[in-house]
Design a protein around this ligand. Structure first.
Ligand SMILES: Nc1ncnc2c1ncn2[C@@H]1O[C@H](COP(=O)(O)OP(=O)(O)OP(=O)(O)O)[C@@H](O)[C@H]1O
Ligand SMILES: [Mg+2]
Length: 373
C-alpha cells in the first residue's frame, strides 16, 4: 500500500521517508522508529498526543495511521513538500551574501500567526510541545507551516523533566527549578528563540542554563536566579544582564552597519544573509526583537505571553502597512512608530536611536530581573 519510498531524514531516533500511498492516492511521510531507539512508553506518548491533536488543525502535521512490526514503530503522517524550516533557511542562506541578503518570498507575520494558532490549539487541549525549533516546523508548497515532532510533548501542566528538548531552544527553568516548570511557558520561550533564528539564521545562545534556584514570588515553580557571571554560556550571561544591549550588538548592529554601507568588522554577531519579504523596515526588525525579549524569551516565565506578543506583532505590521513604501529595507522610523514611542519619532540617526532605545529600556529590564530574583 506504500510504495516509492524515498528517505527524507535520518535522525537520532527515527528515519523519515516520503512514500506514495495508493489507498489515499497521495504522498505521505513515514516516520519509522526502531524499537531499540525508543521506549514503548515514549512511542505511546507520541501516538496518544497525535491522536488527541487529531487531523483538523491546518498548522499541525497530523497522523494518518499507525503501525508496529517486530522491529519498528511507524507513524504515517501528512507529507509536507518543502521540508522543515531549518533546511529551507540553510538553502536560502547559501544564496545570500553580506550586504546582499537573499529575499524569502514568504510572510514572516504569517509564520508567527500560524505557529501561534497551532500552539494555542495544542495548549487548549492541555498539550505542550516542548521542542519548538525550526527543524520541527514543516513547510507546505503553499507556504504554510505545520508543527511536527510531538515526541517530547506532554499533557502535564507542570513538569520536572529536566532532560528534554533541544539546548539552544530550551527555557532557563527547564534546566532545573524547584517545583517543576510550566510546560506551556517553555513553549513560549522556544517560539521566541525560534523567531530569532528565523529572522537572523542564528540562535542567540548555545543554552540558557543557570545554576542556583530561587522560588518564584508566588512560591510555586522556582526559576533559576540570574546571578552575575554564572551562566554557562557567555552569550546567555550577556542576555541576562542586558537583553536589549546584547540583542542589539549580536543581531541588529551588523544589519544597521551593512545597511549604512559600512564594513562590519566586529566578530560578535553576524549579518543576516536573508530578509523576509514583509520585513522591509529596519525599525520593524527592531520592534520584533523587542517584542520577543519582553514577551517570549523573557527570563521570568510569568512575563511570557504568546497572545500579547501576537497582538504587538500585528500592531507593528499594521503600522508598517499604512506607511509602507517601495519594498526596500527602510530606515524611516515613522513606518513603525507606535504611540508609546512617539517621542522618538524625530530622531534622525537610526543607529543611535536603536542603540539608545535598547540602552534605555534595558534599565527597566534590569529592574524587572532584580525584582524577580
Ligand atoms: N510529515 C513530514 N513531511 C516532510 N518532512 C518531514 C515530515 N516529518 C518529518 N520530516 C522531516 O524529518 C525530520 C525529522 O522528523 P521528526 O522531527 O519528526 O523526527 P525525530 O526523530 O523526532 O527528529 P529529532 O530527534 O532530530 O528531532 C524533520 O526535521 C523533517 O525534516
Ligand atoms: Mg525533530
Amino acid at each position: 500500500m506504500y510504495s516509492n519510498l524515498e528517505q527524507i531524514q535520518s535522525g537520532s531516533f527515527s528515519t523519515v521517508y516520503k512514500a506514495w500511498c495508493s489507498t489515499l492516492n497521495k504522498y505521505v511521510a513515514l516516520k519509522v522508529i526502531p524499537r531499540q531507539k525508543y521506549t514503548e512508553a515514549g512511542i505511546m506518548n507520541e501516538f496518544r498526543i497525535m491522536k488527541l491533536l487529531g487531523t483538523k488543525h491546518p498548522n499541525i502535521c497530523s497522523m494518518i495511521d499507525y503501525y508496529e512490526d517486530e522491529n519498528n514503530y511507524i507513524l504515517v503522517l501528512e507529507y509536507c513538500e518543502c521540508g522543515d524550516m531549518y533546511d529551507f533557511l540553510s538553502i536560502v542562506k547559501r544564496q545570500g551574501s553580506v550586504g546582499h541578503p537573499a529575499l524569502i518570498q514568504l510572510d514572516f507575520i504569517k509564520i508567527i500567526q500560524q505557529l501561534y494558532s497551532a500552539l494555542n490549539y495544542a495548549h487548549s487541549l492541555g498539550i505542550a510541545h516542548r521542542d519548538i525549533k525550526p527543524e520541527n516546523i514543516l513547510l507546505t508548497k503553499e507556504g504554510n507551516i505545520k508543527l511536527a515532532d510531538w515526541g517530547h510533548a506532554t499533557l502535564n501542566k507542570v513538569s520536572k523533566d529536566f532532560n528534554i528538548g533541544t539546548d539552544n531552544y530550551r527555557a532557563p527553568e527547564t534546566f532545573g527549578c524547584l517545583n517543576g516548570y510550566d510546560t506551556a511557558k517553555c513553549d513560549t520561550w522556544g517560539v521566541g528563540v525560534t523567531l530569532f533564528y528565523l529572522m537572523f539564521g542564528q540562535c542567540p545562545f548555545r543554552n540558557a542554563e543557570l545554576p542556583g534556584l530561587l522560588p518564584n514570588s508566588n512560591g510555586s515553580a522556582g526559576i533559576a536566579a540570574p546571578t552575575v557571571g554564572v551562566a554557562k554560556c557567555r552569550n546567555f550571561q550577556q542576555y541576562l544582564m542586558d537583553p536589549y544591549g546584547f540583542i542589539y550588538r549580536y543581531f541588529l548592529e551588523p544589519i544597521v552597519c551593512v545597511h549604512q554601507g559600512n564594513e562590519y568588522t566586529s566578530n560578535e554577531g553576524k549579518p543576516s544573509l536573508y530578509v523576509w519579504q514583509d520585513m522591509v523596515n529596519i525599525y520593524q526588525i527592531f520592534y520584533v526583537c523587542r517584542i520577543i525579549i519582553d514577551n517570549l524569551a523573557a527570563i521570568d516565565p510569568d512575563d511570557r505571553s504568546m497572545a500579547k506578543s501576537l497582538t504587538l506583532f500585528e500592531k507593528v505590521w499594521n503600522y508598517n502597512d499604512q506607511y509602507n513604501s517601495n519594498g526596500n529595507l527602510s530606515t524611516d522610523e515613522s513606518n513603525v512608530t507606535d504611540n508609546n514611542n512617539s517621542d522618538n519619532a524625530n530622531n534622525s540617526n537610526s543607529a543611535a536611536f536603536m542603540k539608545d532605545s535598547f540602552n534605555n529600556t534595558s534599565m527597566e529590564r534590569k529592574q524587572i530581573i532584580s525584582k524577580s530574583s
